[in-house]
Design a protein around this ligand. Structure first.
Ligand code: C2E
Ligand code: CA
Ligand code: CA
Length: 499
């Protein structure tokens, strides 16, 4: 039975793997989110500057009209009656206001001294202008008359218009914004909070700058977004890491478990009969390893054989199978029963291989057994492995090529390899009855084996239809659930006695 994995230690580890990437992920998300916030603020400030540029351009046109087209002050007043951006337009000559778009002649008298000392050069300026409700900081667009440098037109921008254009009203994305013209600011008493998000934009052709400070709402959105992205990413990373380390550890420890299992005798063998296709009589058996782990339960060879191969334990397992087979069959007398053992190519590469097999062949013979080895075709057999097969055959050991058709062996390699049986892989047997009429690849393998004069074993025969087809096509030996499943030694011994 699998034991619980949610021990306090495991929970602690789970928590650590979740919390560990959190600061780094949060930092990366924060940097990326704040860079996109900065871009966003840049776009906002650009749009503000653009809007102010539009107002200035329009008022500059009005200045030109007043300077060059209008013939009387009255006409200026009439022309500008509905100009929305404008609080007032003044014509100043020699420092004296001579015309206002809004004021009567008496009223003009009250302000005429205001510009007497100022230089009235063409440009944009911020001035505190007195009105009846007190001094008002205003944006002035001034144009000098090119024909008379002592004459200028001054457009005073309506304050509420600037407020709207600077987003001071209605834009909840910004807390404050400031327009700077030649060192003066509008509004005059703004203190911007120093922060990395203060964004400044300079007009390309005017002497005007806009600086904006984002609202708390926008900054909070940044933190919320960072949090919303950080948590799932960290969770994903920690789950990934946890699964990976679990996989890595269990894999690593599986090799350790295999070593212990060999010492503690946890492996045992089952045997699957191979039957003669024409008589259905048992001709031999294949030894298949099984593992009953005291805590993890049954572990299939498909799981642990590849791990044993990777960790250099497969030769120990093969030695175990050779020895255990002899132990199992000690008490049972057979008449030259054929016993097949799965042998990996690495076993053939050992220096002591021939010596070991010579001894094993004679011990098997003494017990009335005919030893055979199955070499899987899935792994590459190098030249020396193939050469040794000739010597092995000379010892009277039958050689089968296992899983034929699924691996690396090219036909030319087969030609200079000595073997007795070709075991046709289950995947080709499966095609019988499924592929209509005949199974072309299977038929080619059968023809090939006939031409090479070797015997055939069909693996994984599960139906009568398959058994009949293989028999009809001359395949000599059959193995599969249709005849017998792998069984314990006691079961096979009883079966053979009754056979
Ligand atoms: P394999 O050598 O091709 O062994 C045949 C496998 O097919 C066995 O699975 C057997 O139980 C299964 N089989 C037999 N007849 C049928 C059938 O009609 N239908 C189906 N679906 N399956 C059938 P098992 O015992 O799980 O072994 C799997 C593989 O593990 C073996 O494939 C072999 O590559 C490896 N293996 C098993 N025992 C040993 C061993 O002692 N040493 C080595 N080196 N490898 C072994
Ligand atoms: Ca086999
Ligand atoms: Ca096989």
């Amino acid at each position: 039975m699998p034991h619980t994995i949610l021990t306090p230690k495991a929970v602690k580890k789970l928590l650590i793997t979740f919390l560990a990437p959190l600061p780094i992920v949060a930092f990366i998300c924060y940097v990326s989110n704040s860079s996109s916030l900065k871009q966003h603020l840049q776009t906002i400030s650009q749009s503000y500057v653009h809007q102010i540029e539009e107002i200035v351009d329009e008022l500059r046109d009005e200045n030109y009209q007043a300077l060059y087209d209008a013939t009387t002050c009255r006409q200026i007043q009439k022309d500008l009656l509905f100009e929305a951006f404008l609080r007032e337009m003044l014509i100043v000559e020699e420092g004296r206001v001579t015309c206002s778009s809004k004021r009567s002649e008496d009223e003009i008298f009250q302000i005429k001294h205001k510009f007497s000392e100022s230089k009235l050069n063409t440009g944009e300026y911020l001035f505190d202008i007195s009105y009846e409700d007190g001094p008002v900081r205003s944006l002035l667009i001034i144009d000098q008359d090119k024909n008379n440098l002592h004459r200028s037109a001054i457009s005073i921008v309506d304050q509420s218009y600037i407020d709207v254009r600077l987003g001071l009203k209605d834009d909840d994305r910004i807390a404050q914004s400031v327009m700077t013209v030649s060192g003066n600011t509008y509004p005059s008493n703004t203190h911007l909070k120093p922060s990395q998000f203060l964004t400044m934009e300079q007009s390309k052709h005017l002497n005007i700058q806009v600086t904006i400070e984002p609202s708390n709402k926008l900054i909070n959105e940044l933190y919320t977004n960072t949090l919303l992205v950080t948590i799932p990413i960290s969770l994903f990373l920690s789950i990934f890491w946890h699964l990976f380390s679990y996989w890595y550890q269990t894999r690593g420890s599986l090799a350790e478990k295999i070593k212990k299992a060999l010492i503690n005798n946890e492996f045992f063998l089952v045997y699957q009969p191979l039957v003669d296709s024409s008589t259905s009589k048992i001709k031999g058996v294949e030894a298949l390893i099984r593992w009953s782990h005291p805590r993890s339960g049954f572990i299939g060879p498909d799981v642990f054989i590849p791990v044993a191969e990777q960790h250099g334990l497969i030769n120990n397992i093969t030695d175990f199978v050779f020895e255990r087979t002899l132990v199992d069959w000690k008490t049972h007398t057979t008449n030259n029963l054929h016993i097949s053992i799965n042998v990996p190519p690495s076993y053939l590469s050992q220096n002591s291989c021939l010596e070991k097999l010579t001894l094993l062949a004679s011990r098997y013979k003494e017990q009335g057994l005919k030893l055979g080895i199955e070499i899987t075709e899935r792994q590459l057999l190098d030249k020396s492995d193939r050469a040794i097969l000739t010597d092995i055959k000379k010892l009277g050991i039958d050689v089968s090529i296992d899983d034929f058709g699924t691996g690396y062996t090219s036909l030319s390699v087969l030609e200079d390899t000595e073997f007795d049986y070709l075991k046709i892989d289950r995947c080709f047997i499966n095609t019988i009855g499924i592929k209509s009429i005949n199974s072309p690849v299977l038929n080619s393998i059968i023809n090939l084996a006939n031409n090479m004069n070797v015997l055939m074993v069909a693996e994984g025969v599960e139906t009568k239809e398959q058994a009949d087809y293989l028999k009809d096509h001359g395949v000599q030996l059959l193995q599969g659930y249709f005849f017998y499943k792998p069984m314990s030694f006691e079961e096979i011994a009883t079966l053979l006695e009754n056979n």
